[in-house]
Design a protein around this ligand. Sequence first.
Ligand code: NAD
Length: 497
Amino acid sequence: MNLIQHFVNGKSYKGNSNKKSKVFNPATGEQQSEVILGTKEDLNKTVEISKKAFESWSLKPPLHRARVMFKFKELIEKNSDEIIKVIVSEHGKVYEDAKGSLTRGLEVVEFACGIPHVLKGEFTENVGSEVDSWSIRQPLGVCAGITPFNFPAMVPMWMFPMAIACGNSFILKPSEKDPSCSFKLAELLNEAGLPEGVFNVVNGDKEVVDAILTNKDIQAVSFVGSTPVAKYVYENAAKNEKRVQALGGAKNHCVVMPDCDLDQAVNGLMGAAYGSAGERCMAQSVAVAVGEVGDKLVDNLSKKVEALKVGSGMDKNSEMGPLITKEHLEKVKGYVDIGVKEGADLIVDGRNLKLQGYENGFFMGGCLFDNVTKDMQIYKEEIFGPVLSVIRAKDFTEASELVNNHEYGNGVSIFTRDGDVARTFSSKIKVGMVGINIPIPVPMAFHSFGGWKRSLFGDQHIHGPEGVRFYTKLKTITSRWPSGIRSNPEFTMPTMK
Ligand code: NAD
């Protein structure tokens, strides 16, 4: 059985734990590896190593750090096929989708290559007479990232390229469900010339997470995962005086206006609801059909959902792969049962899908509900599977209220040809990432990613300019070089003279 270890101080590390977790191939349902679940001691030891590595790494000129990132970018490109196959084999998503997610991670590395420019700081000559002032951003120290299963390359890459380029050292605790990708990325960083100990991977479960949250030498924690764990991480990291950004779950709405290009809206919704089997924090799981568009929307969607090509992620014809684990598959099917009990109309039922040759895989077909209402559990909770709920709204105001009153505020989109409606929507809607005729409005690496309400706890979004602010602290220096007569003591608040 393949054993996945930690990556500490530039090499694989077994640690002293005898706890392990199974890693499956979701398409076949077979266990393919086991991953060591680290202990508090493993984490604390890694922090000591990271602290030491930080001392010299933080002193390297930004240009030096950028060059390591350039080399890392090159190595990811060279090894992309292998990385994508690792993602497909442990997560299950289809090859082209995995490739897209790796590209979105790579774009953060590209942004980090520009770190010398981004870290230049600000300077004012003569803030007072012959007094100059400038602001610089300095790295924090040891930073940590805790990541979810659904993007085993991209989400860690939202974090560590930024943290490292800013001069920090970094400890990654990836999801125990698909940890191999992080190990591979660590090897490539090593090959790119990153000094040992600057980037480390400690696998584990709650024990390692708690060790991260309580270790006094970790300065900042980035978390991405479900909302209850995000809240736990936010509260406990803050209690232990750490900087923290904790991105949580989502229930993204797509508002379909009667004047929209219906084909565009339907195709957009298909990809956004069923791509990656709905296991995306930016998946659109609610379509809000406004006015008379409802019947046509459901009719067009249902034909496409029935025709969805479900299969192994390695099969070029597949549009949607399996879910991550058997337990998660049961949970998602359970939500469909609940929806039926709650009285929603199940237009397409994918619960009983069986695939020849993949009988033990964690597959289900796409499901489509109509006439979902706002008090139903399937509307209120994140399902994280290939289940799209259509909810009817009489007009734009009612549709906007639905979005604004939902507890999550990660992403939202609107399909319309009316610029006035689109502008009002983007201005008034209480959600962090908004798409106008764009189904999955994931910001590019040089902007920043993050939701509102219970989709993000903390002040800063992730990667891009907000990432630089998160992984550095501001220092402002005010300087005078007096010549001639020394001034007398001044007991009043200094003001500009
Ligand atoms: P999860 O919350 O179960 O796990 C995330 C991480 O937390 C993992 O590393 C896991 O080992 C750890 N963890 C799990 N339970 C824990 C506990 N009780 N105490 C401490 N640590 C714990 O999330 P998941 O199932 O891996 O990922 C899916 C979730 O992530 C969905 O809710 C999805 O919306 C969310 N997500 C959000 C974003 C975003 O940007 N907002 C992006 C991707 C995924």
